[in-house]
Design a protein around this ligand. Structure first.
Ligand SMILES: Nc1ncnc2c1ncn2[C@@H]1O[C@H](COP(=O)(O)OP(=O)(O)OP(=O)(O)O)[C@@H](O)[C@H]1O
Length: 242
C-alpha cells in the first residue's frame, strides 16, 4: 500500500497553488518535498492530511481517498506542522498524555504512551518542564512525539528544523533516522543538507508543479551537478523558463 497522488490541484481565488500533482510514495519511504517559498509544499501537505479539500484531483492514502473518505485517511496519518501544537502551560509529559487521551487512551495507557515516547525522543529528563521553557529543538522533538501518539502510518513534517541550532538539528536528524523505514515520512524543508542526510527520494516543486523527482543520485545524473544545492538551483531555474 502506498500514497498515490493523482492530478491533485488546489486554487485559491483563481490562483493555482498546487497544479495537477501526480506522484507515488511507497510505504516506509522517507520522501522530501523541496521548493522555493510559495511553491505549494505546505498546501500539498494540507491536502494530503485532509486539512483542506482539493479543487480537483485526488490522493489515495494507503487505500483510502482524501476526497471520498477523509475520516479514514485522517486515522492513518499525523502531522507536525510549522507552528507546533505544544501547550505552553503543560509539562512535556502532560502534553503527551493530553494528546493520548484525545485519541482515547485512559489515564494509565496515556502515561505509558507518554513514557515510551519521551524515552524514544530523548525527553525523559525534561518530563516535568513546562512547554514554554523548552528550547526550539526540544519543542520540535515534543511536537513530533505528539504526532506519533496516534501511531500513524504516515507522518508529515513541515519544516521541522527551522530555527534550530546545529546540534539540535543533528539530534533531530538522528531521531528521524531512527524512525526511518518504520513509518512513511513526508518532509518539507529548505535545508538541502537535511534532504541529503535523510531522504530516500526527493520531489522538487515549482509554482505548484512537480518539476523533478528521483533519488539524489538520479537527480545528480539528470542535471550533471554534484551538489544538491546546484541541482536545486538548476532545476528551479529551468522550471522558471518553461
Ligand atoms: N489560505 C490561502 N489563501 C490564499 N492563498 C494561499 C493560501 N495558502 C497558500 N496560498 C498561496 O498558495 C501558494 C503556495 O503556498 P504554500 O504555502 O503551499 O507554499 P510553500 O511551498 O509551502 O511555501 P513556503 O516554503 O514559503 O512555506 C502561495 O502563492 C500562497 O500564497
Amino acid at each position: 500500500m502506498e500514497i498515490a497522488i493523482k492530478e491533485l490541484t488546489k486554487t485559491f481565488k483563481g490562483r493555482i497553488a498546487v497544479d495537477h500533482l501526480s506522484l507515488t510514495i511507497g510505504q516506509g519511504e522517507f520522501f522530501a518535498l523541496l521548493g522555493e517559498n510559495g511553491a505549494g509544499k505546505t498546501t500539498t501537505i494540507k491536502l494530503l492530511s485532509c486539512l483542506m479539500k482539493p479543487t480537483s484531483g485526488d490522493a489515495i492514502m494507503l487505500g483510502d481517498s482524501i476526497v471520498e473518505n477523509p475520516q479514514a485517511v485522517k486515522k492513518k496519518l499525523n502531522i507536525s506542522p510549522q507552528e507546533t501544537a505544544v501547550a505552553r502551560n503543560l509539562t512535556v509529559k502532560e502534553n503527551l498524555e493530553f494528546i493520548a487521551k484525545i485519541y482515547g487512551s485512559d489515564k494509565r495507557e496515556a502515561e505509558q504512551k507518554a513514557m515510551g515516547l519521551m524515552d524514544k525522543f530523548g525527553l525523559m529528563d525534561r518530563a516535568k518542564s513546562k512547554g514554554r521553557t523548552l528550547s526550539g529543538g526540544l519543542e520540535r522533538r515534543l511536537s513530533i512525539a505528539m504526532a506519533m501518539i496516534s501511531e500513524p502510518e504516515i507522518i508529515f513534517l513541515d519544516e521541522p528544523t527551522v530555527g534550530l541550532d546545529v546540534r539540535a538539528r543533528l539530534d533531530l536528524w538522528q531521531i528521524l533516522l531512527d524512525l526511518k523505514g518504520q513509518i512513511t515520512i513526508i518532509l518539507t524543508t529548505h535545508y538541502l543538507e537535511e534532504v541529503e542526510a535523510l531522504a530516500d527520494r526527493i520531489g522538487i516543486m515549482h509554482k505548484g508543479r512537480l518539476h523533478a523527482l528521483g533519488t539524489l543520485e538520479e537527480l545528480k545524473e539528470q542535471t550533471g551537478q554534484a551538489k544538491l544545492q546546484d541541482i536545486f538551483l538548476q532545476l528551479t531555474a529551468e522550471a522558471e523558463i518553461q
